[in-house]
Write a protein of this length. Structure first.
Length: 669
């Protein structure tokens, strides 16, 4: 897919009709848009995102107010965005229209040049870029904190979509539905009362399982949305005067809190291992002591195998010679004295058993003696970590109170919203954890019931066939799950490798990127153990490298045939402020790899983003260049005209004393 042109009509800052044509050349593939904050960079990004998917990025505030304010003042109630693009050798035009007070705006897609409307436009756009993949092609650089943040655990479903797992996941869900339908179908047959009771119970459990698995997906989406919103608010708080230092301290405290949570989890794991490994030893401690005392007493009374070895004594009698060189003739007094030792002599086997038993009992006794000391150590470590957690949570709470009590009303409102979101994330995460345990336990119960029913219906041929089909559907589902897990593991390794290749070029430190199984992301350093806390710039760099690798992976899968994976895709990347958080040492290196991220790249940059060699690095790849100009009714009154020099031409980006308030798009030759 390549976007050729975007037409905006009365959409947010853009009053009347404005349009922008994107670069489509394979070499000069970058469209560069210069714009200062608040003029329309984020609006332009979201115009395309909204038109195609009816979605916006988290930083796009007041999503329901899309009609330009000036248009509304003149009585207008409508806004629209139209996108002309090429896909798979054909031309299309997609349009979404918003009317105040009406229901959700519908998407219309026409195939050109005839202008024939497609019957399922949403589905068609979804085949180009699946909905859950879209956020990676419409990248809000200021939102990197949520995108690659340490606490982001909800991105897995979206990344799996990017990897092409949607089709397989739907197939797995469908096979489970088929299995459940066979359970219900068996109810139409005459089954023994006990079997029918079990079948009814299993059918109910399967329905509950389906409901809760869907609920888990919804919880994932809700948690991810709240995490993103919270990250946006925290980023805004960092930038606000007077709140920046407080937010940065709170970020540092939260990183420490994460580490302490890990220590608490380690201590809890050690306690579980202690119970499993030492519980039996402690229970048998008294028994072990009594058995040891018994062995010692019996040895003293010569009732257990003695130091005299049976084979040794038999050897003396057979040879007829004592160790003192006296003869031992049968039935003599000497012979009878030696033979009498056999009464207390032990066999080698019995003696070895006693020796082993005594050694094991001594080890158990010693282990039991050390167990309380180990338990105290584990409990002390856990108590120290819990106390540190309490202290950190208290300090974080105190810093939050400072923001709540801050004089600036906007800071107070944002902090209150952040606290609400934090509570929502915690509540929904706890709900999700509890529901996951219920689902896991229920799955075991369903499995046991199914096995029992399959065993009991062997004499009922019709029921046997039905439950056999049920088993086949579930076996196929399990095989798909196994196949998908292997594919995801390989894909993670491939993407991780690509990201580290980018970091080796763009990062000034020896960073290594890591993917966890839940697709959460972390950075480590060659000289330090474990994940390192990341700055906003490092999160942004990692996010860009990750996006580049993910887009490249999706492109590599174009044309690959796989019965269960969604095909790969080639689509444009629209990047808003992608290097805003990067310092000078990162910016030029990052600008050099940005054009390589996709076949078509749209960069929305402010003047603060284009210094430090960024424009020099981009210039050979720029195929189209624009400036967003802010027109204002108010008079200048000493304010800057935000002049920019592009291609040898000086352009004022802030105009005053104009007829109307609006943003205008001007192309630079």
């Amino acid at each position: 897919m390549k976007i050729k042109r975007v037409d905006l009509r009365d959409f947010r800052q853009f009053h009347g009709h404005e349009h922008i044509e994107f670069a489509t050349d394979d070499t000069r593939n970058v469209t560069l848009v210069h714009a200062e904050n608040g003029v329309g960079k984020t609006t332009l990004l979201n115009a395309v995102f909204w038109a195609l998917y009816n979605r916006t990025t988290p930083r796009f505030e007041q999503r329901s107010r899309l009609v330009n304010f000036e248009t509304e003042a003149l009585g207008g109630q409508e806004a629209s965005v139209e996108i002309s693009f090429e896909f798979d050798g054909a031309d299309y035009r997609a349009m979404r229209r918003h009317v105040n007070g009406e229901s959700e705006p519908k998407l219309t897609v026409f195939q050109e040049p005839a202008g024939t409307p497609l019957q399922a436009p949403e589905t068609f756009i979804g085949t180009i870029i699946p909905t859950r993949m879209a956020e990676y092609f419409f990248f809000d650089g200021e939102h990197a904190e949520a995108f690659a943040g340490e606490l982001n655990r909800g991105a897995g479903p979206a990344i799996r979509s990017m990897l092409g797992c949607d089709l397989a996941e739907r197939a797995i869900a469908d096979l489970k539905d088929v299995a459940a339908s066979y359970t219900r179908q068996a109810g139409s047959m005459k089954l023994e009362a006990e079997i029918e009771t079990m079948r009814v119970r299993m059918s109910g459990l399967e329905a509950d399982q389906d409901r809760d698995e869907r609920k888990l997906v919804d919880l994932d989406v809700a948690i991810q949305g709240a995490v993103e919103q919270k990250a946006v608010i925290e980023e805004q708080l960092r930038q606000m005067a007077g709140a920046k230092e407080i937010q940065e301290l709170r970020d540092e405290l939260n990183v420490q809190l994460e580490k302490v949570q890990g220590r608490i989890a380690d201590a809890e794991g050690a306690l579980v291992r202690w119970v499993s490994e030492r519980g039996t030893v402690l229970v048998g401690r008294r028994l072990a002591k009594e058995v040891l005392d018994f062995i010692d007493a019996e040895q003293i009374e010569n009732r257990l195998p003695s130091p005299y070895n049976e084979s040794f004594i038999q050897g003396l009698l057979t040879k007829g010679k004592c160790i003192c060189c006296h003869d031992l003739k049968p039935e003599t007094v000497e012979w009878r004295s030696v033979a009498a030792l056999l009464e207390n002599a032990g066999t080698p086997g019995a003696l070895n058993k006693v020796v082993r038993a005594k050694a094991r009992l001594l080890a158990m006794h010693d282990d039991a003696r050390r167990a309380p000391e180990d338990l105290r150590r584990i409990e002390e470590q856990a108590a120290a970590a819990i106390e540190e957690r309490r202290s950190l949570e208290h300090r974080i709470g105190e810093e939050s109170k400072k923001l709540v009590g801050y004089k600036v009303e906007e800071v107070r409102e944002r902090e209150a919203a952040r606290i609400t979101l934090e509570t929502e994330i915690r509540t929904k995460s706890e709900e999700k954890g509890g529901l996951e345990r219920i689902v896991a336990d229920r799955a075991q119960t369903i499995g046991r019931l199914a096995t029992d029913i399959e065993t009991r219906v062997k004499k009922n041929e019709r029921a046997k066939v039905i439950f056999g089909k049920r088993r086949l559907a579930l076996d196929a589902s399990d095989r798909l799950v196994s196949h998908l897990q292997k594919y995801e593991t390989d894909a993670r390794a491939d993407i991780e490798r690509q990201i580290n290749e980018i970091l080796a070029i763009a990062a000034r430190r020896d960073y290594r990127f890591h993917f966890a199984e839940d697709f959460s992301m972390s950075l480590s350093h060659r000289d330090f153990a474990g994940p390192i806390p990341k700055s906003g710039g490092e999160n942004q760099l990692m996010s860009l490298a990750f996006t580049a690798a993910l887009v490249a992976f999706a492109k590599s899968r174009v044309g690959m045939e796989d019965a269960i994976l969604t095909p790969g895709t080639v689509a444009p990347l629209v990047l808003d402020a992608p290097i805003g958080h990067l310092d000078k040492s990162y910016r030029r290196a990052t600008a050099e790899f940005l054009p390589e991220m996709a076949g078509q790249v749209v960069l929305l940059l402010s003047s603060s983003h284009t210094g430090d060699g960024v424009l020099d690095a981009l210039r050979p790849r720029i195929g189209a260049e624009y400036v967003l100009i802010s027109e204002n009714r108010s008079e200048r009154q000493g304010r800057s005209d935000d002049e920019i020099v592009v291609g040898g031409r000086s352009i004022a980006r802030s105009l005053f004393g104009q007829e109307i308030n609006r943003t205008r798009i001007e192309r630079v030759a």
